[in-house]
Design a protein around this ligand. Structure first.
Ligand SMILES: *Cc1c(COP(=O)(O)O)cnc(C)c1O
Length: 373
């Protein structure tokens, strides 16, 4: 500690040659490049798996009315009681089995802060959702990865051996998986839980498109949690809202870990309102599934490989062309997709989000031109 004798003028602030001389980012973070899909200004954006459609008619007007009633000088409901009740009602569970946060990414971060961190291990399956590994590293955990086999499938025996050996504190299973779009076999839940003493996080960002849910596997005596998001199916990516369903003890530890009043009042209201439009949501999902099948067939007709998808996107091959060049050629034609070719195990692959029929047609025509060039 510095003390100043009376009458002594403190030294002027040091002039720094470079900020680096004084502060450096944590060594274990400096290699992180961040996870950011480039936001390029084009007319057809099919790169981040959002819904191509706005929320249903009347939603924004009704939300505006409810927002007008917010007590702006007060902190929001800290435990988001009404929102948790609405979510619990939808899944027929108890509100104390629900945790909510700003997007499922913040849900995942809170899980990792509580159950991973320095000296603990997190297991991810590659190719998979990049944020699982990224947030794990940010909280200081070690990431161990398991490479999928042919057709991006998980071999149960090899997975069991891998987990028994790695003994992670957390295992991420994404179903349907991003970026491959495939649903995992439900048996993977038992296999993973039997292989190690871990918390299994089943990331169900695309559950409404999927074939099964792990929600019925959630119980107070099982280390399984399910995470969901309003960003994709619910046409609410702008609001940042996600949630977790899990054992009460886990949910309780998450509330103790997250910052107080982390979820603002407007987001809470938006989530409550969205859940009043379940039929409209299911309708949007059905329309996107129809479009997905149409787009998938047409990509295949161009002679490119397409992975069968249970989500709102398709992973397709560049057919021997440089995938980044295909990505650029699409951008030149006003279409933005995701170039996955730099991700582990995905060299030569791109991912396209299913848009409106008109957007999908622009994409398909552009891809056709590129392939026939
Ligand atoms: C999009 C996505 C999320 C959603 O993140 P939010 O923070 O809720 O927008 C989570 N997991 C996976 C696998 C995703 O693809």
């Amino acid at each position: 500690m510095r003390t100043y004798a009376l009458g002594v003028v403190p030294a002027p602030p040091r002039l720094l040659g470079s900020l680096h001389d004084v502060i450096t980012v944590r060594d274990d973070l400096s290699f992180l490049s961040g996870y950011h899909s480039p936001q390029v200004d084009v007319s057809v954006r099919l790169n981040t798996n959002e819904s191509p459609l706005p929320p249903p008619p009347g939603f924004v007007e009704e939300l505006s009315k409810r927002v007008a009633g917010v007590a702006w000088n007060r902190y929001p409901d800290r435990m988001a009681d009404q929102l948790r009740q609405a979510i619990a009602g939808r899944h027929e569970v108890s509100p104390d089995q629900i945790f909510v946060a700003n997007g499922s990414n913040e849900v995942l971060q809170t899980v990792l802060l509580a159950y991973a961190g320095h000296g603990r291990r997190v297991a991810c399956f590659e190719p998979g959702y990049q944020m699982h590994a990224q947030i794990s590293r940010v909280v200081g955990a070690d990431v161990v990865t398991f490479e999928r086999g042919p057709d991006f499938a998980l071999d149960p025996t090899r997975v069991a051996e891998f987990l028994a050996d790695a003994q992670p504190s957390i295992v991420f299973l994404t179903s349907p998986n991003n970026p491959t779009g495939r649903s995992e076999p439900k048996e993977m839940i038992d296999i993973i839980c039997a292989s190690c003493d871990c918390l299994l996080v089943v990331d169900e960002a695309y559950a409404e498109f999927g074939r099964w849910s792990a929600l019925d596997e959630v119980a107070d005596n099982r280390p399984v949690v399910v995470t969901r998001t309003f960003s994709k199916t619910w046409s609410m990516a702008a609001a940042r809202l996600g949630y977790l369903v899990g054992p009460r003890a886990v949910v309780d530890s998450l509330w103790r870990t997250v910052l107080p009043y982390h979820l603002d009042a407007v987001t809470q209201l938006a989530g409550i309102l969205a859940l009043e439009y379940v039929d409209e949501m299911a309708h949007r999902v059905a329309a996107i599934v129809d479009e997905r099948e149409r787009v998938g067939l047409q990509i295949a007709e161009l002679g490119l490989e397409v992975v069968p998808s249970d989500a709102n996107f398709l992973l397709f091959s560049s057919g021997g062309r440089d995938a980044s060049a295909v990505w650029s050629a699409l951008v030149d034609r006003q279409v933005l997709v995701r170039d996955c070719s730099g991700w582990p195990g995905l060299s030569g692959w791109l991912r396209v989000t299913i848009g409106t029929s008109a957007e999908n047609d622009v994409f398909l025509n552009a891809l056709k031109e590129i392939v026939n060039e």
